[in-house]
Design a protein around this ligand. Structure first.
Ligand code: SAH
Ligand code: SF4
Length: 368
């Protein structure tokens, strides 16, 4: 058993079965997720017999790192072994006022969005809870070991202050493993992040957006990318199952539970595909009734893609048109693109090493 797989409830149940008090679960959470201690024998307030019993049953199995690259802007990408020739990536994005970790939820992705490198790799498997939260565990531990500095680290808080579930995979398609990982991120005895600092991005699995609202409402980002069903059917294939009207209704239902009172809509800017003035007008009409912010993402190219990034001037004109319609629209800053760590460039390793080398080759990015 991997202790990283167990959230607070599961750990409490584990100890209850052994006739131990519930506070044992909290002690273990603190050792694992606040002190990043991998050695059960070192968990000194547990009492020797309990430590021995626990060590006979469990380990703290963090990820095996098989790649570690830092970009010129300080963005750092770890490639983590997922067994069977597969690997996933997580990305640390340092900023002046926060440290963000972009986390993967699946090895590959089955949803096959046209513009996404992960989607093009195909799907291998869901990550376990411990493999998901293990990315956060590992990043904090590695950054502390490297003596990374920031004002909040000096105050004794861990390096990672914000999590975005925006790495490889569709997090809601791995709901049962993702939600316990989110609970650990939020748990005061583990990472203690506020709901506003944990964002889950989905391409629009409508019934699971409702379940997330009921079971663990963190900040929600929705990958829109097109203002009408005809275009979205083509570039985000899940739209054929859950079209825009259904998706907008699910976003409206989410708002009362949303920690920041709005939904973020992500919109990747694809040259000549979805970036005209009339697309902007149609988009403004589509989201008119939803409390939202729009985040325009300059497309990040990867080898073999047929798409190009919209020219900068067109992105700015698109943003202005949305703003003139009364919407909040920002352009996402491209980070880590020189190590293929930018949005949509995460390819990890899905079975075939040759393919991975091609997919993670350094790609020059134009106009972003
Ligand atoms: N599967 C989830 C989360 C992972 S992707 C989702 O689709 O929302 C995180 C964001 O990056 C999504 O908005 C996704 O559509 C976007 N993205 C994918 N490929 C991209 C690319 N090549 N360039 C820029 N953004 C991309
Ligand atoms: Fe999967 Fe998201 Fe990529 Fe679409 S954009 S293929 S849902 S990871």
């Amino acid at each position: 058993m991997n202790l990283l797989d167990l959230d607070g409830r599961a750990l409490a149940a584990f100890f209850a079965e052994r006739g131990e008090k519930p506070f044992r679960a909290r002690q273990v959470l603190r050792w694992v997720h606040q002190r990043f201690e991998p050695d059960i024998a070192a968990m000194s307030d547990l009492g020797k017999p309990l430590r021995e019993a626990l060590a006979a049953r469990a380990t703290v199995a963090g990820p095996t790192v098989i790649g570690d690259t830092t970009a010129s802007d300080g963005t750092r990408k770890w490639l983590l072994d997922a067994g069977g020739g597969n690997a996933v990536e997580c990305v640390y994005i340092p900023e002046d006022d926060r440290g963000t970790l972009c986390i993967s939820s699946q090895a590959g992705c089955a949803l096959d969005c046209a513009f996404c490198s992960t989607g093009k790799q195909g799907f291998n498997r869901n990550l376990a809870t411990g493999e998901i939260v293990g990315q956060l565990w590992h990043a904090n531990r590695a950054l502390l070991a490297d003596r990374v500095t920031a004002p909040w680290i000096e105050q004794g808080r861990p390096p990672i202050t914000n999590v975005v579930m925006m790495g490889m995979g569709e997090p809601l398609a791995n709901f049962d493993n993702v939600v316990p990982a989110l609970r650990l991120m939020l748990d005061d005895y583990a990472y203690g992040l506020s709901r506003r600092r944990v964002t889950l991005s989905t391409s629009g699995l409508v019934p699971l957006i409702d379940r997330l609202r009921e079971e663990c409402p963190v900040a929600l980002a929705v990958s829109l990318h097109a203002p009408n069903d005809a275009l979205r059917d083509r570039i985000v294939p899940i739209n054929r199952k859950h079209p825009l009207a259904e998706l907008m209704a699910a976003c409206m239902r989410y708002i009362p539970a949303a920690p920041r009172d709005f939904v973020t809509f992500e919109y990747v800017m694809l040259d000549g595909v979805n970036d005209s003035a009339s697309h902007a007008d149609e988009l403004a009409r589509l989201v008119r009734d939803v409390p939202c912010k729009l985040n325009l993402i300059p497309f990040n190219p990867f080898p073999g893609t047929e798409f190009r990034t919209s020219p900068r001037a067109r992105i700015v004109a698109f943003q202005k048109r949305l703003q003139d319609a009364g919407l909040v629209a920002t352009v996402r800053k491209t980070r880590g693109d020189d190590i293929a760590a930018a949005c949509g460039q995460l390819a990890g390793q899905v079975k075939d090493r040759t393919k991975r080398r091609l997919a993670t080759r350094i790609v020059p990015v134009s106009a972003s």
